[in-house]
Design a protein around this ligand. Structure first.
Ligand code: PEP
Ligand code: MG
Length: 586
């Protein structure tokens, strides 16, 4: 039986990971394929709708038979048997009968009816420990996916939207996110995820509300449902009542008034009361963000995560990359854009590239290791970055550095690419800052050695915290252990700052802790020169810095370091933040 929408308000509680409120219809991305809208049809349309579905089944049959034949030819008899099972599912008499009956009785388009019925069968098998039944689940999913694509007459696996939507999904990987039509996405509501997952980071970067850990929403919500997503309180409200909407409208008006005040001062420099400048830059993932970053009050981009451009088109050639990087550099001119070279691996897998499956990808072939292992890719990127550097201020930094040798090797390749380009008569910039990300404890501990090879450090605290405390940044079960004020993390930060100061190079934090205004007093006190934050936080962090006194912050950091207790450390920085800028923490 198809469930009918009821106007009754229903509330789910999850974890807020990106602030803001959105009110729109949802688009459910279920198991990486979309739930179709339950569009009503007239009686006259029933036969043509069913004919369209039968054609899709027929095309799917031809497709499966072709695959089966190819497998038999390659002696893949086991695989050929799987396709036999797929054909049985495709022609299952009871499913065919049930779909036709429901369409005729309920007058709903066949796409939705077929999809929901197949999901019902999948749900019955999902999560069962019996391996045979688990395989049946995958078989049904595979067949459904094929039929749905043919029904929509498309082979695309990334959806386009006519109207703005809130994305509801089990989880979103970075490659899922780049495939979305972001101009139409108003928020993310996910069953999985954590504050440090890249879906959450992207939501904050795009200033979209996001809530994670909303259990079973993929089951209970359907594409087209109207919801209100509250990224401040971590709520998802289906069919919000008039009263709820009125409450949110007045809250929005108050928030707008606060934003307006911050907006007026966003381009002012961020200098502490006693005259120390802390540069506040922005983090970026997409070229289209540059305009809003300029408008946020950031003069520079302290971290451009190039993986996302790469995931949009892994086959892109050097010319296209150079053009994209140049657009970013020009958009920020005269400010600087620090490009991080590809940090693929970990959770930023490129499914279209043949990375070998690894038992522990976060400790595997990722970041600079993968770049040095794929020199063709790395050279393409380095050459494109060098070409962009002719058009403005571009910096280059290497991710996941574990020791000085990797930096030397990467720099040598960069120098080689520069010589090549000059030999070819291609212009490159003459003042390119080269940096190392400090996000592995071994890099922080050997920061004095690395400092002699680079112009700056950028502390990637998202990873530094996970590797220092051995707590997976994506795993909600151990999330309470993921603490930026853990004494070990603070010691590694201090060690890095001291090494940078001794070598006379600058040091920035580009991890998410830089965006947390409760931590700004502590970070200023630890001697950071720059904070690179999510664009939506630039004005806030700049305002916070302006209310602080660097000498007081240093005394605070000293006390926190001496006490060596993460709870009291957090309390102390929080207390100073509350005294200096209570307006921001309301
Ligand atoms: C970090 O680890 O802090 C960082 C900025 O990199 P990412 O979050 O992309 O891993
Ligand atoms: Mg990192």
């Amino acid at each position: 039986m198809l469930e009918k929408n009821t106007p009754q308000e229903l509330v789910w509680e999850g974890i807020a990971v990106s602030p803001g409120v959105a009110h729109a219809v949802v688009h459910v991305l279920k198991d990486h394929f979309d739930e179709p809208d339950a569009t009503p049809i007239s009686e006259d349309e029933v036969d043509s709708d069913l004919a369209r579905w039968r054609t899709a089944l027929e095309v799917t049959r031809t497709e499966i038979e072709a695959l089966q034949k190819a497998m038999e030819g390659q002696d893949g008899s086991a695989e050929a048997e799987i396709f036999e099972a797929h054909l049985l599912i495709l022609h299952d008499h009871s499913i065919l009968k049930q779909v036709e009956k429901t369409v005729r009785e309920q007058l709903i388009c066949v796409d939705a009816v077929y999809y929901r019925l197949m999901c019902k069968h999948m749900d019955a098998l999902r999560g069962l420990s019996d391996s045979y039944l688990r395989e049946r689940f995958l078989d049904i999913k595979d067949v459904t996916q094929r039929v749905m694509r043919h029904l929509r007459g498309e082979m695309l696996d990334h959806p386009m939207f006519e109207d703005p939507v809130i994305i509801v999904a089990h989880d979103l990987t970075p490659s899922d996110t780049v495939q979305l039509d972001r101009s139409k996405v108003l928020g993310f509501a996910l069953e999985m995820g954590s504050a440090n997952s890249h879906a959450a980071i992207i939501a904050r970067s795009l200033s979209l509300p996001a809530v994670v850990r909303l259990h079973n929403i993929c089951e209970d919500l359907h594409s087209g449902d109207s919801i209100l997503l509250d990224g401040d309180e971590g709520l998802l409200i289906r069919n919000p009542s008039a009263e709820t909407l009125a409450k949110y409208r007045s809250r929005e008006a108050r928030a707008d008034a606060r934003e307006d005040a911050l907006h007026l001062t966003r381009h002012q420099p961020s200098v502490t009361m006693d005259g120390f400048t802390i540069q506040v830059s922005a983090n970026a993932e997409f070229i289209e963000e540059m305009e809003s970053i300029r408008d946020s009050g950031a003069e520079h981009v302290g971290l451009f995560r190039t993986e996302f451009l790469h995931l949009e088109d892994p086959e892109a050639n050097e010319d296209w990359l150079a053009e994209c990087y140049t657009r970013a550099v020009k958009a920020m001119s005269p400010g600087e854009v620090i490009f991080r070279t590809l940090d693929l691996g970990g959770d930023k897998m490129d499914p279209r590239m043949t990375f070998e499956e690894e038992p522990n990808p976060f400790l595997g072939w990722r970041g600079i290791r993968a770049s040095l292992g794929r020199r063709d890719l790395f050279r393409r990127q380095l050459r494109a970055l060098l070409r962009a550097s002719a058009h403005g201020r571009a910096g280059i930094m290497f991710p996941m550095v574990s020791g000085v040798e990797e930096v030397r090797e990467a720099r040598a390749l960069l120098d080689e690419c520069a010589r090549e380009l000059l030999h070819e008569g291609v212009m490159i910039g003459d003042d390119i800052a080269i940096g190392a990300m400090i996000e592995i404890p071994s890099a922080a501990v050997s920061a004095d050695l690395i400092a002699t090879e680079v112009d700056f450090f950028s502390l990637g605290t998202n990873d530094l915290i996970q590797y220092t405390i051995a707590v997976d940044r994506l795993n909600e079960r151990v999330a309470s252990l993921y603490q930026p004020t853990h004494p070990a993390v603070l010691r590694l930060i201090r060690m890095t700052v001291e090494a940078a100061n001794r070598a006379g190079i600058r040091v920035c934090i580009c991890g998410e802790m830089a965006s947390d205004i409760e931590l700004t007093p502590l970070l200023v006190g630890l001697g950071l020169h720059e904070l690179s934050v999510t664009a939506g936080q630039v004005a806030r962090v700049k305002h916070a810095v302006r209310q602080l006194n660097a000498a007081e912050c240093r005394a605070l950091a000293e006390e926190v370091m001496c006490q060596g207790c993460m709870v009291s450390g957090l309390e102390k920085t929080r207390a100073m933040a509350m005294t200096k800028y209570p307006d921001l923490l309301e």
